[in-house]
Design a protein around this ligand. Sequence first.
Ligand SMILES: [Mn+2]
Length: 412
Amino acid sequence: MNILHTSDWHLGHSLYGRRRYGEFQAFLSWLLELIRRENVEVLLLAGDVFDSALPGTQAQALYYGFLRDVSAPDSPCRHVVVISGNHDSPTFLDAPGGLLSAMHIHVVGRAREPEEECLLLNGADGSPALVACAVPFLRDRDLYRASDGDGADERDARMAEGMKEHYRRAALEAERLRAGRDIPVLAMGHLFAAGGQAFGDDGVRDLRVGSLGQVSADVFPPLFDYVALGHLHSAQKVHGEERLRYAGSPLPMGFDEAARPREVRLLSTKGRNVSSRGVAVPSFQRLERVEGSLADIEKALRKLSQEKESVWAEVVHTGSEPVADLRERVEDMARGPLEILRVRNLRVLPEGMEADPEQETLEELGVEDVFERKLKDAFPERAKDDPALEDLRVLFREAVAAAREKEQSCAS
Ligand SMILES: [Mn+2]
């Protein structure tokens, strides 16, 4: 039986104010095609379906349109299992659960008792083919009752203990459901497994120890034949264990991760044996980072302006010469298919001189950089990854995207 593991779609994500619906649509069409071609019978979606807790109507339309197509009579896919990630609203995902379950789409948004998260799924012949432990992103409150005076260390220890207990109970239930059959047990999770790697602006913003604190690989009992993970955006296995896999996000969530290969994971099962291979996801939007002195930048941008396909670029000035009006000059250099999404000035200063934030000029900063500075001024006592700040960032990005769209429709 063929199974597909994917995660971190982040539907609704915008890149520096640019909406990405075209890319999402292209990815979902590609995925449907792959599911048909590879005769995929079960699809596992390991969290961060949406980029925000209250996704816009277009992001929702993409999700439901895809679910309709993947469960259409002509699709080989018999079951879809979806768990929530830290970006998703658990209750929002759960809301249509009753309706979706009639289409064999199993959604676990809110954490339940571990036993209730386990499913016995049938194959084409109607007999049990696998057990899935659909454990969603677990929040602090799902795992333990905090008592006053708990220090950070106690909280971490209790989180780790709670998570281990959750997966232990899920494994027991899986064993019961399997009832001695020669079928595999697949677990899911949205968490940061220790040993995993996040790269640059990986979109993984909360690496703090705590709600997404690192959990060690021994959280997953050996009974699990494969663990389909979400949260880290680069495809990887954990601690060299073939059965512990991150599928990674199919679309790069920033320029830092643009150069890394994207994939979905195709599993093939035989009895309890699970083997898997990565299937490369094509790029649906070219992203380029251009770095160097103003002369280097100009040369590179001229070249990119000749391309046939659309290019979104980030420009990083690292020259030693000061450049006035960097943003304006760079934007003037972009032609044709080339759009500049972000300009950063990392001018190399003569030795002994420290970068002085007071000297920062507004035109070197992107709107998101300015917003970050303002957040810091307004809430100096909050941690950078405070969920309340994260909500404000999401709202801000929405507002920027809406403003840009308006600007474009006025211009055209
Ligand atoms: Mn994610």
